[in-house]
Design a protein around this ligand. Structure first.
Ligand SMILES: Cc1cc2nc3c(=O)[nH]c(=O)nc-3n(C[C@H](O)[C@H](O)[C@H](O)COP(=O)(O)OP(=O)(O)OC[C@H]3O[C@@H](n4cnc5c(N)ncnc54)[C@H](O)[C@@H]3O)c2cc1C
Length: 514
């Protein structure tokens, strides 16, 4: 094989985006993906004969700028015409239906408070949104570019107006619980409003620091953070990304794992020369960009022997334990959820913020929550072709499930979890257990193994304040460049973080071309 300009490790959505942008700029680009399919956590896979689903189930963080910069509509991806509702469910309360600025089923007080609360968060999110698409300056950098970025941030916050700016600084690091408690009274409503600040992280409603920032990041997506599912499902996004990459001339080697990133030394320091595949083949390139998580990239693929001890220790210490499990059910028919005509929307099964907190309390000590909380979506209501005619899929993100439970994952613990999940689901959708044809339960340990994802973490590494912004994943590698010349990061472990947003891949490509 002839030498390549850039090898991208991992063909998840970020790897695909990075590859396409580089190829369009004239580079010869090769993606090396370990799985036989592209798309990473968003790849559409069969979990039961005739039933296909992706782990990532809805879009909310994908911004218009990413869709436009790749002309994805030309390749068959159309954003949903409108977002789906979020529906807060509780066995003790009637359902509450939330759309962007309207709410139904809530108390009068909550109904009155909701639009102003949403609009204010939206204004904060809009002020921050340019920074998710930028490379943040290196800590301590005094260059003009860095100063301009900080200046821009200051101006954006100032143009919020004095009252909003002061409020932004007050709430930016509040625990999610305090934020929603100030405005609302309904228990299930408060739980649902917390959800997007917590999902995928080691945070519960009472945890301080970064829940609000995560929420504001998510609100920068196409529908202002409202969840959506395009016609044809999330698979249409991946097929459009693959088509765009192919047309740009990107070569995709699927079913090939990278075993090592090849590193050599010179007087100027270490530099990267390509990769070695698990089958022993060596691929040479000018640059390598890894969308594998930072621990995999540096500790497994580069190897600590090539890294400064302080840097490798910082990478080793990155917090990357995931606490979300994925449940897929193949159902013989559409389940009936109490109080709903049709379960069309994102259903939050969490009766209160305490229920979320208690689930976290158990998981952080390596135990299964007595009452798991979850987010449920029925993708076949949007994309019926994912299941045989008339049959349905239930896809749930379950919080909080430890990746390393006390005593490890035994068959009986898995059965216990499955039973708890079915009991919880049947509280909301009585009789659902009779509709189950087949199921797939992916604990964080399964996600780690199946998707080559350290800890099975939603964001590759925890989006904690010390692992965010110009410190993501560490301050030496936060500008997509790494301490090894020619080696870049381009996945969810880089700024701004995970979710299907495309920002890390797009930002990394821009850095590599600058
Ligand atoms: C349970 C769960 C549910 C989620 N649901 C949603 C959702 O509904 N909406 C949303 O926006 N986000 C969701 N997320 C988060 C989102 O899926 C991820 O943040 C996002 O997929 C990260 O994209 P990526 O391209 O950076 O990495 P990934 O999607 O993780 O892709 C990385 C790719 O690199 C490959 N790879 C790794 N190591 C190697 C190697 N050595 N050689 C070759 N290839 C390698 C992997 O096989 C993988 O294909 C969810 C996450 C989880 C865990």
């Amino acid at each position: 094989m002839t030498a390549t300009d850039t090898i991208i490790i991992g063909g998840g959505h970020n790897g695909l985006i990075c590859a396409t942008l580089l190829a369009r700029a004239g580079q010869k680009v090769v993606i090396v993906e370990a799985d036989s399919q592209l798309g990473g956590l968003a790849r559409h896979r069969a979990f039961y004969p005739g039933f296909h689903a992706s782990v990532a189930q809805t879009l909310y963080a994908l911004p218009k700028a990413v869709i436009d910069s790749l002309s994805l509509e030309k390749y068959g991806f159309e954003p949903a015409k409108e977002p789906i509702e979020t529906i807060a469910l509780s066995p003790a309360e009637p359902p509450i239906f939330l759309s962007r600025n309207a709410i139904a089923g809530a108390t009068d007080t909550d109904r009155r408070a909701f639009p102003a609360f949403q609009q204010r968060l939206q204004r904060f999110s809009q002020a921050l949104s340019p920074f998710w698409a930028k490379t943040l300056p290196r800590l301590g950098a005094t260059g003009l570019q860095g100063l301009m970025t900080y200046g821009h941030l200051g101006v954006k916050l100032r143009t919020l107006g004095k009252a909003d700016m002061l409020e932004f600084f007050r709430v930016a690091t509040l625990p999610m619980r305090d934020l929603v408690d100030e405005h609302f009274e309904g228990e299930s409503l408060k739980a649902a409003l917390c959800w997007d600040g917590l999902l995928g992280s080691q945070l519960a409603p009472r945890s301080p620091n970064q829940g609000v920032l995560t929420l504001l990041n998510r609100k920068a997506g196409y529908w202002g953070g409202s969840h959506s599912a395009p016609e044809g499902g999330i698979a249409t996004l991946i097929s459009a990304l693959v088509a765009a990459a192919t047309e740009a001339g990107v070569q995709c080697l699927t079913g090939n794992a990278v075993q090592h990133i090849s590193v050599e030394g010179s007087e100027q320091g270490l530099f990267c020369t390509g990769v070695e595949l698990a089958n022993g083949e060596v691929l040479k390139s000018q640059r390598v960009a890894s969308s594998a998580d930072p621990k995999t990239t540096f500790l497994d693929l580069v190897g600590a022997q090539h890294l400064e001890i302080e840097f490798s220790n910082r990478i080793r210490r990155l917090r990357s334990k995931g606490y979300v499990a994925k449940l897929h059910l193949a159902l013989s028919e559409l389940p009936v959820f109490s109080g709903l005509d049709k379960p069309l929307g994102r259903l939050i099964l969490a009766p209160s913020m305490d229920a979320i907190e208690f689930a976290w309390d158990a998981a952080k000590y390596g135990e299964l929550p007595e009452e798991p909380v979850m987010e449920v979506f029925i993708p076949t209501l949007i994309d019926p072709s994912s299941a045989p005619p008339g049959q349905h899929i239930l896809s749930a993100n379950v919080m909080y499930i430890p990746g390393e439970p006390k005593g490890g994952w035994t068959q009986s613990l898995r059965q216990q979890l499955m039973q708890q999940l079915m009991e919880t689901l049947s509280e909301y959708a009585p009789g659902i257990e009779n509709l189950v044809l087949g199921s797939e339960l992916l604990t964080p340990a399964d996600l780690e193994h199946t998707f080559r994802l350290t800890g099975g973490h939603w964001h590759h590494i925890e989006p904690a304040i010390d692992q965010l912004l110009m410190m993501r994943p560490t301050y030496e590698a936060a500008q997509y460049k790494t301490p090894i010349e020619g080696l870049y990061l381009c996945g969810a472990g880089s700024h701004p973080a995970g979710d299907v947003s495309g920002n890390p891949g797009r930002n990394a490509a821009r850095e590599m071309l600058s």
